[in-house]
Design a protein around this ligand. Structure first.
Ligand code: UDP
Length: 254
């Protein structure tokens, strides 16, 4: 269990014997999720994701010229990622600028996305990924990875497929989908997972507490089920702008 880093009192119980959680969800339910692509017209690709109380913007620039030049890779694109929490994104004001956690999460998100990107198609260039947490509510690394994958697709970067990330966890004896803030702070285990959805390759797997082998397998199965649902939402978000165009063309023809 992590030390509480926010001001709210811990809830008396995290999950009832019947499996009702502090936000009213059942053990295997996702939080409400909304996704939109193409939200920033200055960036080459972008996405905005609402996931429970999380509000996350992802932006992608590139492939473009590398600065500083000495970082250039002659045979592939350099991929950089910056995860950043706005000072107003947390209950207690977060000190602006990078810290150990944001440096770790930038690395984790980059590594979760990298296997999806055809970096050898863009030699000598850089692809910059920015993940900005505007409001945080647990699971930001996963929601941020999911948003960044959409932003990469929106930028037209050649990819093997979309990356979908979500966390599962253990609260007492329950394996739960998509832990909320209470569960992240006071639950027993948090398991962030990312999949390259084409072939369900795992590109991120973290575990911050003990699970038996059976619990681990149950958690992974649940993560795959959750990822299938989130993946459908990602594809729908990418299709939506084209459906609007299609409808307006159809409207003009009729
Ligand atoms: N958090 C916070 N201040 C911080 C870091 C984290 O309030 O400096 C909160 C934030 O809501 C975050 C949650 O704690 O979503 C869980 O953080 P964790 O490090 O487990 O990463 P996450 O679950 O967001 O991927």
């Amino acid at each position: 269990m992590k030390m509480p880093i926010y001001l709210q009192e811990p809830p008396e119980i995290l999950i009832t014997p019947e499996g009702v959680r502090t936000d009213g969800r059942g053990p295997h339910d996702l939080r409400p999720i909304k996704m939109t692509v193409g939200v920033l017209n200055r960036a080459d690709g972008s996405a905005y994701v609402e996931w429970g109380g999380n509000r996350i913007l992802a932006a992608v620039y590139g492939p473009r010229e590398v600065h500083p030049k000495h970082l250039t890779l002659p045979d592939r694109a350099l991929v950089r990622c910056r995860y950043n929490m706005a000072p107003f994104s947390t209950e207690e004001r977060k000190r602006p600028g990078p810290d150990r956690r944001s440096i770790e999460l930038s690395k984790v998100i980059r590594e979760a996305l990298l296997p999806a990107i055809f970096v050898d198609k863009y030699p000598g260039t850089v692809i910059d990924i920015f993940v900005e947490i505007i409001r945080s509510d647990a699971g930001t690394r996963c929601a941020g990875t999911t948003a960044a994958s959409l932003a990469l697709a929106d930028a037209g970067i050649a990819m093997r497929g979309l990356v979908t990330a979500l966390a599962v966890g253990r609260v007492g004896d329950w394996i739960v989908m998509d832990p909320n803030h209470d569960e992240d702070m006071y639950g027993d285990v948090d398991v962030p997972v990312a999949f390259l959805m084409e072939d369900k390759e795992i590109t991120l797997l973290q575990l911050d507490g003990p699970l038996t082998e059976d619990e681990f397998n149950e958690a992974l199965d649940l993560a795959m089920k959750g990822a299938d649902l989130v993946y459908e939402m990602q594809k729908e978000a990418l299709r939506r702008p084209y459906l609007v165009v299609e409808r307006s063309v159809a409207g003009r023809e009729s």
